[in-house]
Structures are given as C-alpha cells and as structure tokens.
Design a binder for this molecule. Structure first.
Ligand SMILES: [Zn+2]
Ligand SMILES: [Zn+2]
Length: 352
C-alpha cells in the first residue's frame, strides 16, 4: 500500500510499504480521511521532534525514521482480529492514536495521555493515517455511528479541545477567553460552545481568523494590536476577569495577558506546545491565586466528543478547508498550509 513517510526535515516521500496484518485483539481500519496537524508541519519544518531519529528508537515501538505520518484519521473497519466481537466490518470508526506502556504511574492513574513512554500512531511508529490501512488495539477504536468519516477525522483535534475545557473545570455559566484563533484556538472555541458556554471571547489579530472565530461561536473577538485586551476582558466581565482562559499560541506576551485576564481563583490552561522556555511573572499568579495548568492531547475524551458532534452541539464541517489525495500531500497539503496559514484550518487527505 502507499504511505506518506517522514524521512527527515523537509523530506516526506510517498512510498510503497507492506500492509499491516491484523492480530488478536486488534482492528484493521481502512483510512478514508486523515487531517494534517500543526504537529505534522513542525515535524516537516523543524523535525525530527516526535519522530524517533535513527539513533534513538521509540521505547515502545522500537521504530525510527522513516515513519508514516498522520494521526487525525477515521475510516471503516476492514477486518477484525480474533476476539473482537463488538464491531462489524464496514463500521465507521475513529482511531485514538496512542502508543502507551500501560504500566507507569500516569497510565495506572488514568492519565495515559502523559505516559512516560508516550507515543502516537503517525509520529512514533505503528503506521499512520496517511496510508490505506492502520491496525490498532480494540480499546483505541471508537465507533462513529451515523457520522461520516470526514467529520470523524476532526474528532481528534476536537478531543484535544474538549480535554482542555474539561481539565479547566469549565461550566456553562463561565466566561472564557481563548487566545489565538489558529486550528487549536478555533476547536477550543467550538468545544466551549458545545458544552454550553455562551460567553466566549477570542483574542486574535489576523482578519481571516477573526471571522472564523465568530463562525466557531465567539461572542466577542478582540484584536490585541488595537485593544488593551486585559482592560477589555475586565470591562466585559464587570471587573472580575474570565473564569477560564486558554493559551493556544505559545507566546510569552500572550501567556502574560492570559494570566492577567483570568479571574482571582480562576484557571488559565496552556494548550500550546512551546518552542522555548516561557517567562512568567509569578506574582501575577500569587496575588490573585490564578491556577495555571498544562493540557496535553486527550484521555477518555473521544467518546464524549463524538457524542457532542452527533447531538449537533458542534459542526466540524466549518474546519475543513481543503480535501486532497495522498499524492498531493506535500504540495497541496503541507506547502499549502505553510503558505496560506491563515486561510486554512484543516486539509483532509484521502489515502486511497
Ligand atoms: Zn494533531
Ligand atoms: Zn505509561
């Protein structure tokens, strides 16, 4: 089968690889749609970051580059491994793309998303969604029911957002501020609306993204280049500040603003992955007892995310800005996302 494999920085090749074989307890999924993630772009531009380099195999998969990419995918069940009896061939499913040890402190405490040996299908080995077939253990397969597999490919990024919203202890009567309206900021905005938060403020300078934030459900969109964001958030919240804030940019000044716009005793969640060490004025936290937490990926968030989509609480179609074939992955996918960063949210790839 054809697969898009990451060989090293700037080097992704469409190659022929052997089809994975189903094993007892696993499910073989024929991928229909796989989204390109910011993580994939980082790998392509600056990697290897997550992908294990030649001299450091992933501790669980033992694999190194070349690695098949793609971790935001959905498809149909092609074959069931021995012992899997609760699914049928042809069922539409999304794969939660984890590789975990199952034994470490995090794994045994339900925080398998921060496993000591954490890996992702599509970044650390075990194939990836930019190929025709993926085989995964039954526990990682989530049925989509009536939902289409294009929508299914958006479950993974929405689960990232849902996890952050859940970790923050967000309630429907809360006021939330989302910093950044790139793909993660947009799905976070949509996830907040999906769980019933009406008062969502988005902070974003780029015009195209501001419009997308409004479509995703922002009640207010603030431009940090022309507005004093902290003063404006205070104004909008009767001087209290926001109950929950989400840093989706990974920029020092944004983190500072996020913390300062959080209510006393409120929570600022960091969703961004940082390329450098942040500087934080600790007294901004201490004097107002603001909680700052990190949120990584998802754990037990796929099911509730699929339910929110099925109940019409969030429409993932708004995030699909392109559809391409596997052969066009580098030019029509990666290069397009790098060139037209603001116009695009998710480009979906059809591997076969
Ligand atoms: Zn992703
Ligand atoms: Zn573990």
């Amino acid at each position: 089968m054809k697969a898009a494999r990451f060989h090293g920085r700037g080097d992704i090749r469409i190659e022929d690889v052997p089809e994975p074989a189903v094993r007892p307890g696993t499910v073989k999924v024929e991928v229909e749609w796989c989204g390109i993630c910011g993580t994939d772009l980082h790998e392509y531009l600056e990697g290897p970051i997550f992908a294990p380099p030649a001299d450091a195999p992933h501790p669980l998969t033992g694999e190194t580059v070349p690695i098949t990419l793609g971790h935001e995918f959905a498809g149909v069940v092609a074959e069931l491994g021995e012992g899997v009896t609760d699914l049928r061939v042809g069922d539409r499913v999304v794969v939660e793309p984890y590789i975990i040890c199952g034994r470490c402190d995090a794994c045994t405490n339900g925080r398998y998303n921060v496993c000591q040996s954490l890996g992702f299908v599509g970044l650390s080995g075990m194939g990836g969604g930019f190929s025709q077939y993926v085989v995964a253990e039954r526990r990682w397969i989530h049925p989509l029911g009536e939902l289409g597999t294009d929508v299914g490919a958006l479950v993974e990024p929405l689960a990232v957002a849902y996890h952050a919203v859940r970790l923050a202890g967000t309630r429907p009567d809360h006021t939330a501020v989302v910093y950044g309206a790139g793909p993660i900021g947009l799905v976070t905005t949509a996830a907040l609306r999906a769980v019933g938060v009406e008062d969502v403020i988005v902070v974003e300078p780029a015009a195209v993204r501001k419009e997308k934030a409004a479509v995703a459900g922002a009640a207010h969109v603030l431009d940090p280049t022309s507005t004093d964001v902290v003063a404006e958030v205070m104004e909008l919240t009767k001087g209290r500040g926001a109950d929950v804030t989400f840093e989706c940019a990974g920029v020092d000044v944004v983190l500072k603003t996020a913390i300062q716009s959080t209510r006393a005793g409120g929570t600022c969640v960091n969703v961004a992955i940082w390329g450098h060490e942040a500087s934080v004025a600790m007294n901004d936290l201490v004097f107002r007892e603001v909680n700052v937490l990190g949120s990584l990926a998802y754990a037990d968030d796929h099911r509730p995310t699929i339910d929110l989509i099925a109940r019409g609480k969030v429409d993932p179609h708004q995030f699909i800005t392109g559809r391409i074939g596997l052969d066009d992955l580098v030019v029509g996918g990666f290069e397009e996302l790098i060139r037209n960063k603001e116009e695009n949210v998710k480009i979906l790839v059809r591997p076969s």
